[in-house]
Ligand binder design. Sequence first.
Ligand code: AMP
Ligand code: ZN
Length: 455
Amino acid sequence: MPIRLHDSLTRASRELKPAQPDGIFRFYNCGPTVYAPAHIGNFRTFVVNDVLRRLLELEFGPGKVKHVRNLTDVDDRTIGQTQKEKRPLAEITKKWTDLFHADCAALNCLLPHAEPTATGYIREQVSMIEVLMDKGNAYRAADGSVYFKVSSFDGYGGLSRIKERELLVTDTTADSDHKNSVSDFALWKAYKPAEDGDVRWPGPRGAGEGRPGWHIECSAMSKALLGDTIDLHTGGVDLLFPHHENEIAQSQCCNGTTFAHHWYHSEHLLVNGTTMSKSKGNYYTLGDLVAKGYSPMAVRYALLSGHPRKQLNFTLDSLHAAESAIHTLRAFRATLPATSTAAHHVFEPVIAALHDDLNTPAAFGALFTIVNRKGGEADRVSFDRAIFALGLDVSGAQPAKTEAPAAITALAEKRWAAKQSKDFAAADALRKELAAAGWSMLDRKDGYSLEPLKK
Ligand code: AMP
Ligand code: ZN
């Protein structure tokens, strides 16, 4: 059964397969901007892409997938952060890259085959910009910046279906950015000493010193590592416009060929109905949740519990349920015979659900249907294949549960009673007392549990 996935360009479900004769599936996933911690919203996107990567490897073979995920280590946000902190760009991006890597590992995400940084590919970006200028798709502005001329590319708007009217491509009044049309976008941003500090590189021919625009970074890294045409390009839904629309324009005008055969955008993680985002400040990091006593595997499970193309509201309650699901899976695995039986098909419904537009909730449903009927003739080999696709690490022994001392349980009982009688001030005060003693109390509808806070 082939892998079928929704394609944002044609808005249809299409089969994923390598287009080139070498049989290598070329997959580019836009990576994080490393100026702050990645939050679990960002990780919803990266975990979904990790399942996709795993599925592709199961289908085409481990050596037959090339997965590239970049690090955006120079753009407006990273430079803004160096200004705020008065520290060098490389110091800031290294700090957040290291944390990103640690969180990816804790969430059991496979390493991409290449993880290019934007600053490592400046020459490639500059040469793409030069080609675009030579071909008449880009122009130099008075301040030394270079812009992409949107009206030079007929296909513009094809991904986002943005109307020409909305784009204002006919508006040729120069704006304060020195561009000819408000819809044109920067390929190269001229150096501004007050804002850019020491972040600058020699520019494309005829342009001044400066730094690349964000969109050209991905076009250049994808071309350098995967070639002119790739099989799949992905990111969160907010990247569809303008980032991916602009990538298509740049790459196709520069290379003269299709950029990506397939586009996939996963939906956002919400908090109380609003997108989780750094700018809104309504976010949790993995570290925040681990400090509350949740395991990274429960976080991964919760992030996959909703259909990736539907928004998912995040709650601590969902983590609670996820924690118990992980517990069940780990206990179930321990009951399975380690040797392979003939029953390789038992867990195939799990893989089949993923093959059908990455339907992770259906995959979990199929998995628990089998687990709940105690597996029948299942064995560990077939179970592990399904679990590999989901990327859940449930192979170890059950982590020891720490029992709360009597004094802590007494406090928790008092707090529970206060909450039931809607004395929220008292409940909050007791929660603080518990935290000071090193315990976190997790509320559910029907009760609570106590978890030791990580030191
Ligand atoms: P950034 O680090 O801001 O460049 O974002 C990295 C990735 O996370 C991108 O693919 C975004 O589309 C994605 N993303 C941002 N916010 C969320 C969210 N609330 N839920 C899911 N994905 C998100
Ligand atoms: Zn990108």
